[in-house]
Design a protein around this ligand. Structure first.
Ligand SMILES: Cc1ncc(COP(=O)(O)O)c(C=O)c1O
Length: 463
C-alpha cells in the first residue's frame, strides 16, 4: 500500500485536484450529449479534411484504410471525426476502445495518470499501478485453476507474443520449431510474420523460425476435421521429435475471420501435445475480454493447460503471462517501455468494469450483446438471403459475410457502410468476413439495433 505520508498521496487528494477532476468530468459529459447519432461531415471542413488525409497518407508511406482522422471526441459507441462527421464505432481501433469514446469515468482515470510524475512506465522504473495491474491480471488468470504465476508487461500484442516465443524457445532449448493452426495471425515482427499463416505478411523477409501448421476445426465436419487435425499433429510430432518449443493457439481465430472451435477439439490436440511435452501458448491478444470470462481459455475450461498466455488490445497494456517453468533467464526479455502511465490506469479500470458490472458469465452483458447482434443479423439474413451470411464469432467478436465474400465486394460494402455511419473491418481471406469488435462496456441495445438497420440499408442499396 502507498505510504499515506507521501507527497503523491497528499497531492492527488488535494481538494483543488478533486475539484478539477470533477469539473473535467462534468464538462465532458455536457459536450458528449450533442453526439446522439451518425451524421455527415460539416460542409466547410470537407476540403481541408481531404488534404489532411492525403498528407497523412504521404507521411506514413501509405494511405489509411478508411478516411478516418478522429477529432479526439465521442460519446460511447459514437465517434466524432475531424471533419465533424459522427459514426458508430464498431471496430474500436481493432478491439482497443472497449470503453467507448470520451467515457467520463475512464477519462477521470487518465487525468489521474496525467498528474502522476511521468508519461511512460518502463522496466527500470515502474510506479505502484504497474504492480497492482500485474497482481490483478495474474489473480484473474488463476481464478479457475490455471498455473499462471507471472505477468510481464509490454506495449504491443506483437511484443507480448515475441516475448512468449522467446520464453518457450529458451525453456525448450534446443527445440527450433513452433506449431500453430492454419489461418492463424500472431503479429508483425520478423518472427511473428513467419508464424502468421499469410504469405503476403512475410513477403521479402528471410525465414527465421520454422513453423508447422495444423488445420483448424470445421463446424461443417466436426468429427472429420478433428481427426484430420490430430493426424496432422501426430505426423509432425513424429517427423520432428523433440523439436517443437510450443504450440501457439488462438482459441477464436481473430484476423483469420472469427473461427471458433469447441473444447473437445482443443482438448484432443492438447492431450497429444502434452503426451509429447509440447508447451501450450494461448494467444489471447484479440480474445481477452471478449468471451463470457476474461480469458477465452477460462470460457473453454482449458485453464490447467495454459503454460504461456498473451493479452492485448482491450487491456491497453499488453502482457505475457507464464508459469514457473517459463521464467526467462536474465537478459532474455526487457524493453524501455512497459506502457504509458495512462494505459496502465486504463487497463485496471477496464478489467475492473468487466468484473464488477455484470459483463461476465453465460448470462452476462457480453453474451447478451452477441445475442442481440445475432438476432438482428439473422433477421437481415432472412430478408436479404443472398447478400448476407452468418453471423459467426463469439461474445464480443461478431462477424458476417456479404455477397460472394470476395475481398473486393466486402471492401465495397465496408466503404459504403463507413459513409453511412458505421465503422467495421474485414477479417479472413477466402471468404473475407466483415467483423465487429463493439465497445462492450457502453453500447446500448438501441444502438445495436441502429447499427444493424444501417447494415440493412447498405445491403439494400448494394444488393
Ligand atoms: C491474435 C493476435 N495476436 C497478436 C496480435 C498482434 O497485436 P499488435 O497488433 O498489438 O501487435 C494480434 C493483432 O491483431 C492478434 O489478433
Amino acid at each position: 500500500m502507498p505510504d499515506p505520508t507521501t507527497q503523491a498521496a497528499a497531492c492527488f487528494h488535494d481538494e483543488r485536484i478533486l475539484k478539477a477532476r470533477q469539473l473535467i468530468r462534468e464538462t465532458i459529459s455536457e459536450y458528449r450529449e450533442a453526439l446522439t447519432r451518425p451524421s455527415p461531415p460539416v460542409d466547410e471542413n470537407k476540403l481541408e479534411y481531404e488534404v489532411m488525409l492525403k498528407h497523412f497518407g504521404h507521411l506514413r508511406g501509405g494511405a489509411l484504410y478508411y478516411p478516418f482522422l478522429g477529432s479526439g471526441f465521442g460519446n460511447g459507441a459514437l465517434v466524432e471525426l475531424a471533419d465533424g462527421s459522427v459514426k458508430f464505432d464498431m471496430i474500436t481501433g481493432i478491439g482497443v476502445h472497449v470503453a467507448g469514446h470520451s467515457n467520463p469515468d475512464l477519462i477521470d482515470m487518465l487525468v489521474q495518470a496525467a498528474i502522476s510524475d511521468s508519461v511512460m512506465q518502463g522496466n527500470l522504473q515502474q510506479n505502484l499501478e504497474s504492480l497492482k495491474l500485474c497482481n490483478e491480471v495474474v489473480g484473474v488468470a488463476r481464478e479457475s485453476g490455471s498455473r499462471i504465476r507471472h505477468c510481464f508487461l509490454s506495449t504491443s500484442g506483437a511484443t507480448a507474443n515475441e516475448n512468449a516465443l522467446k520464453m518457450m524457445f529458451q525453456a525448450k532449448f534446443p527445440a527450433d520449431r513452433i506449431l500453430s493452426f492454419e489461418n492463424c495471425f500472431a503479429g508483425r515482427t520478423m518472427a511473428l510474420a513467419q508464424l502468421t499463416d499469410r504469405p503476403k505478411n512475410r513477403d521479402g523477409l528471410p525465414q527465421n523460425i520454422n513453423v508447422d501448421y495444423i488445420p483448424f476445426y470445421d463446424h461443417d465436419d466436426p468429427t472429420g476435421s478433428t481427426e484430420r487435425s490430430l493426424a496432422a499433429l501426430k505426423k509432425l510430432l513424429s517427423r520432428y521429435p523433440g523439436r517443437h518449443a510450443g504450440m501457439c493457439i488462438e482459441l477464436i481465430q481473430g484476423e483469420g475471420g472469427y473461427y471458433s472451435a469447441p473444447r473437445e477439439f482443443f482438448l484432443t490436440l492438447i492431450d497429444h501435445l502434452r503426451d509429447h511435452d509440447v508447451p501450450i501458448f494461448f494467444d489471447e491478444v484479440q480474445t481477452f475480454g471478449r468471451t463470457s470470462r476474461l480469458f477465452a481459455f477460462q470460457d473453454l475450461e482449458l485453464d490447467e493447460y495454459a503454460d504461456v498466455v498473451s493479452i492485448g488490445k482491450m487491456s491497453q497494456v499488453c502482457a505475457t503471462l507464464f508459469t514457473e517453468e517459463f521464467k526467462p533467464r536474465p537478459g532474455l526479455v526487457s524493453q524501455t517501455f512497459t506502457g504509458a502511465t495512462s494505459a496502465i490506469y486504463a487497463a485496471r479500470f477496464i478489467i475492473n468494469e468487466f468484473r464488477e458490472k455484470n459483463f461476465l458469465g453465460p448470462e452476462g452483458r457480453t453474451m447478451q450483446i452477441h445475442e442481440r447482434f445475432a438476432k438482428h443479423l439473422n433477421k437481415l439474413q432472412s430478408k436479404f438471403k443472398k447478400s448476407i451470411h452468418g453471423p459467426w464469432g463469439c461474445g464480443g467478436m461478431i462477424a458476417f459475410s456479404v455477397f460472394d465474400g470476395s475481398p473486393e465486394r466486402t471492401k465495397e460494402f465496408l466503404d459504403k457502410l463507413f459513409h453511412a455511419g458505421v465503422i467495421a473491418f474485414p477479417a479472413g481471406q477466402h471468404p473475407t468476413r466483415v467483423r465487429m469488435l463493439p465497445p462492450l462496456l457502453v453500447i446500448t441495445d438501441e444502438q445495436i439495433q441502429q447499427v444493424c438497420e444501417i447494415i440493412g440499408d447498405v445491403l439494400n442499396e448494394l444488393g
